[in-house]
Design a protein around this ligand. Structure first.
Ligand code: ADP
Ligand code: MG
Length: 443
């Protein structure tokens, strides 16, 4: 965005007091071949014209790669009272991207965007649905219901929708709210007999993002209020987006009429990210902080931390902090050292034997069938799942894993990993089994 570039450029070039006095109060409006700078009063306008106009022009021409005319005008609510003549000659400008824009009550975190959201198999469906909704507010899927375990990016993704809509339409009434906070809003409205005001707010939104709706469990008055809000919004073709830690039918303590409404639109899951995606997330987060993270360090961290993205970030921060604190460059050895305590706990728990036993128990098989030569289907699938888990959860190489599964070849292990990855996309049962086993083994 051109205006942001200008601002950051001037901020770099000028002492902060000058920047705050002359540049920051400006607003900006783009025409076809002209750019208009709107100043709050004549004084600023004149000063900017004298001192900074040529620099603005340079930045603009570098940015747009063509000659650009820059006009300086006053904006309507300027403090200067002598501007009436100017005011008439200048149509009321439509203001974009200014710090004086309408107050933002959306509670959106501006860093949660689609750009910063890494996509992989685990979340591509959810992301695609989110983007559809963002581009077709109120008409694509209503409500959009996103579910998945903790730290997998639900909040990030739905706020990305909010930020996208906000960018497209500055006037959209958007509200992001955590379900717990909604509950306390209801309590407060109840105490102050202020349900009219409560309704006026929630029923007039264009986009309601409500996070972690499992917190509504057992809160009857909240559910009733939300039921009205839900109906009002859907009826008016306003968009509702909900997240939850479980599938709608599995939410405890929520009335059936709400549960069934949650399924009116589209329900999508976010799964735990696979290894490559975890690496991609680490690299992206590091790049965002201008840190050069070696790929093998990223792989190392991603291999250790499998449960969720929040912990992945936590581990990376730990490595960074360790590196800064000790004044050492980030290397594989440093990462190992920094995460030592964390890993000691995990590695003790997960061995191939442990995986074989857990999977065998889960499918009610004998452990010996994990490494027997038997090739009936009922044995082969669980065995493949166990191999895939061993690949994912331990540091053992493919040949080692093959060895532990009755002296099988490493290509058999590789085939098993691919097969399971594929089946997890197409067969709900297998996917669910895999997730449950993963959870059991890593918690
Ligand atoms: P949830 O709401 O599902 O518990 P969050 O949205 O709070 O999870 O995500 C936890 C952290 O992980 C956040 O900092 C978020 O930015 C990050 N995160 C999760 N998924 C991704 C992703 N796909 N790409 C980038 N960052 C992610
Ligand atoms: Mg969340």
């Amino acid at each position: 965005n051109f205006w942001l570039i200008c601002l950051s450029q001037f901020e770099k070039e000028l002492p902060s007091q000058q920047f705050n006095t002359w540049i920051k109060p400006l607003k900006f409006e783009a025409g076809v071949d002209t750019i208009r700078l709107l100043a709050p009063n004549r004084f600023v306008s004149q000063w900017v014209k004298d001192k900074f106009l040529s620099r603005f022009k340079e930045i603009a021409e570098a940015h747009f790669s063509k000659p650009v005319t820059i006009e300086l005008v006053l904006f309507n609510n300027g403090l200067d009272t002598n501007q009436s003549t100017l005011k008439q000659s200048v149509p009321a400008p439509k203001l974009i991207n200014t710090n004086q824009a309408k107050p933002d009550n959306s509670r959106l975190n501006p860093t949660f965007t689609f750009d910063t959201f890494v996509t992989g198999k685990a979340n591509q469906l959810a992301r695609a649905a989110a983007l559809q909704v963002a581009e077709n507010v109120g008409v694509a899927y209503n409500p959009l219901f996103v579910y998945g375990g903790v730290g997998l990016g639900k909040t990030h993704l739905i706020q990305a929708i909010g930020n996208y809509v906000k960018e497209q339409n500055k006037n959209a009434k958007i509200s992001y709210i955590h379900a717990e906070r909604y509950v306390s809003d209801v309590v407060r409205a109840y105490q102050h007999k202020a349900f009219d005001e409560f309704k006026r707010h929630y029923h007039s939104l264009d986009l309601l993002l409500i996070d972690d709706i499992q917190f509504f469990g057992g809160k009857n008055r909240t559910q009733e209020e939300f039921f009205y809000a839900f109906n009002a919004l859907i009826e008016a073709k306003k968009q509702i987006i909900i997240t939850c830690d479980s599938y709608p039918k599995e939410i405890a303590g929520v009335e059936d009429r709400l549960i069934s409404r949650f399924g009116w639109g589209l329900t999508v899951a976010i799964e735990p990210p696979e290894l490559e995606m975890r690496v991609a997330i680490l690299l992206k987060k590091a790049a965002a902080e201008n840190i050069k993270l070696d790929e093998n360090v990223a792989f190392f961290i991603a291999k250790q931390i499998r449960s969720n993205v929040r912990e992945l970030e936590g581990a990376m921060k730990r490595v960074l902090a360790y590196s800064r604190f000790n004044g050492l460059a980030i290397s594989l050895d440093l990462a190992k050292e920094a995460l030592k305590d964390l890993l000691a706990v995990q590695n003790r728990l997960i061995s191939i034997e442990n995986i074989q036993k857990t999977v065998a128990d889960y499918y009610k098989m004998k452990v010996a069938e994990m490494y027997s030569k038997k090739r009936t289907r009922t044995v082969v699938r669980p065995r493949q799942i166990a191999m895939a888990l061993a690949k994912e959860l331990t540091q053992h190489s493919l040949p080692d894993i093959g060895e532990a599964f009755g002296g099988r070849d490493h290509t058999t292990v590789l085939h098993a990993c691919r097969k399971i990855a594929e089946l997890r996309q197409t067969e709900q049962d297998i996917n669910k089994d895999f997730s449950v086993l993963m959870q059991v083994l890593t918690s």
